[in-house]
Design a protein around this ligand. Structure first.
Ligand SMILES: NC(=O)c1ccc[n+]([C@@H]2O[C@H](COP(=O)([O-])OP(=O)(O)OC[C@H]3O[C@@H](n4cnc5c(N)ncnc54)[C@H](OP(=O)(O)O)[C@@H]3O)[C@@H](O)[C@H]2O)c1
Length: 345
């Protein structure tokens, strides 16, 4: 991982050789279109260079307008940006993949994507309906296409220059394994929900071994109750190091080797990234050294109550409260963040 002197300029190289992904990303899942446009523009102004969108968010055109305006105003250049969007579930049939990415590019007003992800591993019936339903009112899944067939179509997009990297989202470890085992172009990025209450250690281990960037969404817990940023242990650490709980949680995400996507419509929250977080080379620049130091790695096999593996989370709601939250946060943060988080120095 390349560590610059600020968290916001940290990048992680992509194994496919296409470049590097900024570790700090801004998500565009903001239902209100005017708020989304303003938030994206503020995010670009304060230094975010990595934007995450999706066909399913129905606002790629707003993202495109905000980017276009920011470029016209001289805030950013296209080549400085890392733009991701996602293929929705009703477009998994291989013949629908190229039209889907072309439609996204049109709405985003871009010539290419930096990264294109399959939004979820399951397919809906092909068609115009975003959430097709069967006669029984349940989601109409498409069992006539496999994830690998969709992946093959994604590989062709890279060859055609429509996107530089491809990846997976909302996916389990066993499904990532299958794609990695069979892919001609391996996933560069795997985007999953990931935060201190859902650390996804096994998936992170697998991704690290295969040079895949784990891109954590909901790094602040998606604003769900109980709020991660209200966690007493996290707050205590934040107070001790003179940062906000959100900054501590985000620094933790990057220190362990993940990139993250956060979202806010609150200008002060977005601007927290203005604050310099000086990063010392060394610990975070050398994942091996960090790994040796991590309590989970030192005590391999030990998993404190409340820590779920990807496997354990299968079929479980991912945003629910977990047991012994304070204990988990203390175990995860206390030593690392208070003593050795370079991003918070
Ligand atoms: N692949 C997928 O299926 C998937 C699913 C969900 C999300 N995503 C992507 O990930 C992005 C981020 O997800 P997320 O919105 O769940 O991320 P998040 O950062 O965990 O949650 C955002 C929430 O945190 C609050 N917040 C943001 N900055 C804060 C700060 N500095 N202090 C305190 N609270 C703060 C926001 O409220 P305020 O607005 O008040 O700041 C908002 O309620 C999405 O926009 C989307 O691009 C992908």
């Amino acid at each position: 991982m390349h560590i610059s002197d600020t968290l916001r300029y940290t990048t992680i190289p992509l194994a496919d050789g296409s470049g590097a992904i900024p570790a700090v990303g801004f998500g565009t899942l903001i239902p209100d279109r005017a708020a989304a446009r303003q938030a994206i523009k503020t995010a670009l102004e304060v230094g975010f260079r990595h934007l995450d969108g999706a066909e399913a968010y129905r606002n790629e055109d707003v993202v495109g307008d905000a980017i276009k305006e920011a470029i016209a105003e001289g805030t950013v250049r296209r080549e400085d940006l890392f733009i991701t969007t996602k293929l929705w579930n009703n477009n998994h049939r291989p013949e629908r993949v190229t039209p889907a990415v072309e439609a996204s590019l049109g709405r985003l007003q871009l010539d290419y994507l930096d990264c294109y992800l399959i939004h979820t591993p399951f397919a809906f019936e092909p068609g115009d309906e975003q959430y097709p339903k069967g006669e029984d009112g349940r989601p109409a899944y498409d069992t006539g296409v496999t994830l690998l067939e969709t992946w093959r179509a994604m590989e062709r997009l890279v060859e055609e220059g429509k996107c530089r990297s491809i990846g997976l989202s909302d996916i389990r470890l066993d499904q990532v394994r299958e794609i990695v085992a069979n892919a001609r172009i391996k996933p560069a990025v795997v985007q999953v929900e990931c935060h201190p209450y859902l650390p996804e250690w096994e998936l992170l281990d697998f991704c690290s071994k295969h040079g895949i960037v784990l891109l954590a969404f909901a790094p602040l817990g998606h604003g769900m109750e109980p709020r991660l940023t209200d966690d007493p242990v996290l707050k205590a650490i934040a107070q001790r190091v003179g940062k906000t709980p959100a900054q501590v949680a985000l620094a933790w995400a990057v220190q362990r080797g993940t990139a993250f996507l956060t979202t806010s419509t609150h200008p002060d929250h977005i601007r927290e990234f203005r604050h310099r977080c000086s990063a010392r080379r060394g610990l975070a620049g050398d994942p091996g050294r960090y790994r040796d130091k991590h309590p989970f790695e030192r005590r391999r096999g030990h998993r404190p109550a409340g820590v779920h593996s990807a496997g354990e989370m299968k079929g479980k709601p991912q945003l629910g409260p977990c047991r012994n939250v304070a204990n988990l946060v203390r175990f995860t943060f206390e030593k690392d963040v208070s003593e050795s988080t370079p991003f918070l120095r």
